[in-house]
Design a protein around this ligand. Structure first.
Ligand code: G6P
Length: 437
């Protein structure tokens, strides 16, 4: 590990990476979430003293706050920042997800605004600072995550003026991965601006895919879909994911000769997200109407074209689906990177080497060079590309898989975390040869 990794890192995200369940018998269940940030920092946690700060995600009764706070601190080095329900909603559903999220994805037509939201946003950023400031020591590194906390770095910088050598970093999702590095000079300080693309831990996915439980799931899936090709889609139900465009392309594909009906199905996992925000409610209605439309138009007594699931599924079921699919489609109309593409590649092998078909607008098309690329707005071509993907030769699939898996294996989330921390400790972006393998 790099010798510069000394001292403490305070990781601050809107939501703690721990799911808390009130078991209603005076106890709580805690489960650590998966995801890039958590996996990226997990291996580094052996060398770095991380402390997590964030909103616990549920409204905890005031009598239970001390207990939950102690549990989280002892078990996970995590410090909950409690917010009342109304404020949390105005901050999360309101300003963060109805104003900032669409603006950061260049979709101003999706912005909805209420007068009270900017104040709620500021108040939540201030409450975070109130909780964090007393915990900060000289030489700490404060790592703030994402668009929910854009004001926090400035507030902390002001309130921590007397502390020595405290470094603050803001990490924010951007639409597309390439951002040229630049150094800005602001208020007598150097500010480094750089784009780092996150990855996954592919070995975790491989090991899971090899487990007995996933093999059983896979055998069941193969049996249920015998004689049919499987197209898999895994999206949070978000308008940036281009779900209607993909369903329209699939509709057109089924309508055109040669007749694929009965020989192919599309499994659409739509993971619930921000379900209380109006634009997301409308999107759900639109998607569900389209699924009904396509199934009503092309379904037969022996086959249903689209299998639609609006829920989260277990990691084992997800790996079985990745391993069972013949094609995985990512049809985003805007997307920072898209980790589904990496997960799908990690669950393939030299023998399966199935096709990854990805939108030109997902950041990961730039990092995974051997993807089949589509423009999700061009429905006729999108529909033709689905057919090409289903008919691609095994040799071509293997060639593409080898190139993509090489990237997935090299650009892991641990490497991403290491890059980030190295940059902060060194005060500059490290050269690739300065990083551990
Ligand atoms: C994006 C954001 C993350 C957020 C995730 C899930 O990836 O950058 O900050 O956690 O979406 O969104 P949700 O609102 O469902 O937590």
């Amino acid at each position: 590990m790099d010798p510069h990794f000394e001292g403490r890192v305070l990781v601050i995200a809107n939501r703690l990476p721990i799911t808390i369940k009130d078991t209603k018998d005076g106890n709580f269940e805690y489960n650590i979430s998966s995801g890039g940030l958590v996996s990226g920092l997990r291996s580094l946690a052996k060398a770095v003293d991380f402390k997590w700060f964030g909103w616990p995600g549920i409204d905890i009764h005031r009598n239970d706050k001390d207990k939950v706070g102690r549990d989280l601190q002892d078990k996970f080095h995590a410090y909950p920042i409690f917010l009342n329900e109304q404020l949390a909603q105005a901050h999360y559903n309101g300003f963060s997800n109805s104003v900032l999220w669409p603006l950061l994805h260049r979709m101003p037509e999706k912005v909805r605004a209420e007068e009270s939201w900017p104040m709620a946003y500021r108040e939540v950023n201030e409450i975070f600072a109130d909780n964090i400031v007393p915990m900060v020591e000289d030489d700490d590194l404060i790592w703030v995550h994402d668009y929910h906390l854009l004001l926090l770095p400035g507030i902390l910088r002001e309130r921590l003026a007397k502390k020595k050598n405290v470094k603050i970093v803001l990490q924010i999702v951007l639409d597309g991965v390439s951002r040229s590095p630049s150094d800005l000079h602001w208020g007598g300080r150097k500010v480094i601006v750089h784009g780092f693309s996150i990855g996954i831990e592919p070995e975790d996915f491989r090991q899971r895919t090899e487990s007995e439980c996933v093999k059983r799931e896979l055998a069941n899936l193969k049996d249920s879909f015998k004689g049919q090709k499987i197209i898999l889609v895994v999206d949070r139900l978000d308008y940036i994911k281009g779900i209607p465009q993909k369903l329209m392309a699939f509709d057109r594909f089924l309508a055109e000769p040669p007749d694929w009906v009965d020989k192919v199905c599309l499994i659409q996992l739509a993971i619930p997200t921000r379900a209380e925000v109006d634009t997301y409610k409308k999107l759900r209605e639109e998607v569900e109407a389209l699924v009904g439309h396509v199934n009503g138009k092309h379904g037969t007594f022996s086959s249903t074209p689209i299998h639609y699931f609006y829920r989260s599924i277990k990691p084992e079921q997800l790996c079985a689906l990745y391993a069972a699919a013949d094609v995985c489609i990512i049809s985003s109309i805007r997307d920072g990177l898209n980790m589904v593409s990496y997960e799908y590649v990690a669950c393939q092998n030299q023998d399966t080497a199935e096709v990854l078909l990805m939108s030109y607008y997902a950041g990961a098309v730039k990092t995974l060079p051997s993807t089949v690329v589509v423009n999700p707005w061009d429905i006729p071509r999108f529909s033709n590309t689905i057919e090409d993907a289903l008919e691609m030769s095994a040799e071509e699939r293997r060639r593409r898989y080898r190139q993509n898996v090489d990237i997935v294996d090299r650009c892991t989330s641990v490497r991403w975390g290491t890059m980030f921390l190295n940059t902060l400790y060194k005060g500059r972006v490290p050269e690739p040869e300065e990083l551990p393998d």
